[in-house]
Design a protein around this ligand. Sequence first.
Ligand SMILES: O=C(O)C1=C[C@@H](OP(=O)(O)O)[C@@H](O)[C@H](O)C1
Ligand SMILES: C=C(OP(=O)(O)O)C(=O)O
Length: 450
Amino acid sequence: MTPERPAAWPAPTASGPLQARVRLPGSKSLTNRILLLSALSGEETLVLGALESDDARAMRSALEAFGARFTPSAGPDGVAALHVSPIPPAEPGARRVIDAHQAGTVMRFIPVVAALLGGQTDLLVHESARARPMGPLFAALRGIGAEIVSLDDGDPATDHLPARITAPQARTEPLRITVDSTASSQFLSALLLGACAQAAPVVVSHAGGRIPSRAHIRMTLESLREFGAEVEELAEDSWRVTPRVRSPRPMAVVEPDLSNAGPFLAAALVAGGTVQVPGWPLATTQIGDRWREILPRLGASVDLAHDDAAGAGTGTLTVAGGPRILPAEIDDAAELAPVLAALMALADGESRLTGIAHLRGHETNRLAALVEEIEALGAHAEETPDGLVIRGTSAPRPALHKAWHDHRLATAAAVWGLTAPGTELDDIAATAKTMPDFPQMWAAMLGQTR
Ligand SMILES: O=C(O)C1=C[C@@H](OP(=O)(O)O)[C@@H](O)[C@H](O)C1
Ligand SMILES: C=C(OP(=O)(O)O)C(=O)O
């Protein structure tokens, strides 16, 4: 018997210009950094605004396997919060099995913790994540004495998950680790964050080509500082991290996910009208803050109004669609690229995305998947060595789009559905990776029209 496929999701169409306000869940990247650092801090931590999604659950279960505990709790004024009890000192010979699912942050951050805390860790992944690059991170960990073998065939030179990571026999505290982070910024982030699993300072350096998704490295450095680590930039792409980390007082706060603001803000350009996002941080390391600079280049107007409360540190972002979507050239859009490509497929002319070759190693080969879905829509796209060229259409046709196990391909298809009645998506559940409530949030936004 073949397993039953979930029914396709009929993407709703916009019935007119929007006048919507959308509150976003917590940032995946900040949640998983804060959970990891809280678990390594040796202290009790209260976390406010943490994301609840597949990626966040995968990080919590991974840290639980090392002995951390997460308990729902109440923050100031009774708001829901998460109480984190840190990882206790490791027992020699400890063994654990961890499933990273599809979470790149778990796949990359946890092997470092496993190699530095000791014992043996079997790290599994979702079928779709087996092809994601791990080799350079494994090479760096082998360089400090960890053994990493394939769980499929015992290959001691494996460069993919699932794998067994055995920490060096004699517990050493490495002083220097170098990695080639060209395929993913997460390799460097992993070593910088994971360094906090030891007490001694460590120098972490990159040796290779251009580092992609650079904003995420800045986020890592800022998160380390928030947890009291000293981070010193020694040279370009080389940092000294001095642990220990301690818990931020009175609590750690997770900002809303500005990357996931993308499809909602894009809706204002496609359907017209305005979309507002409250709680937008005025200062942030999230790459999603780039929407404020990118969307005007596609013809939208963007305004960030500061909240009244002195020192609130947040504002309300308003994006208003223009008369048409303009073509643009955008470099290093990283995880913003799929939704940006969705807009470019509806733009009046030819657009280019550059500096995103590494998207071939994301949840799916995003460049190939975007070409296929954009062509299905009746627009034109082709791959370049480091990105995409996209010629938009003003008459998108309805299609049954594939999510490719990729939350961002799924939300891209939702954007097309706004203007192509009859659009469907094969697997809306892919959005559970970072935004499990996406279908309800999308419907609620579309209910708020002028
Ligand atoms: O560290 C992080 O939280 C992330 C880093 C980036 O990874 P890559 O450098 O592999 O693109 C980004 O795309 C991913 O969504 C999240
Ligand atoms: C690449 C992404 O995820 P991950 O954290 O799994 O790398 C993403 O969210 O766009």
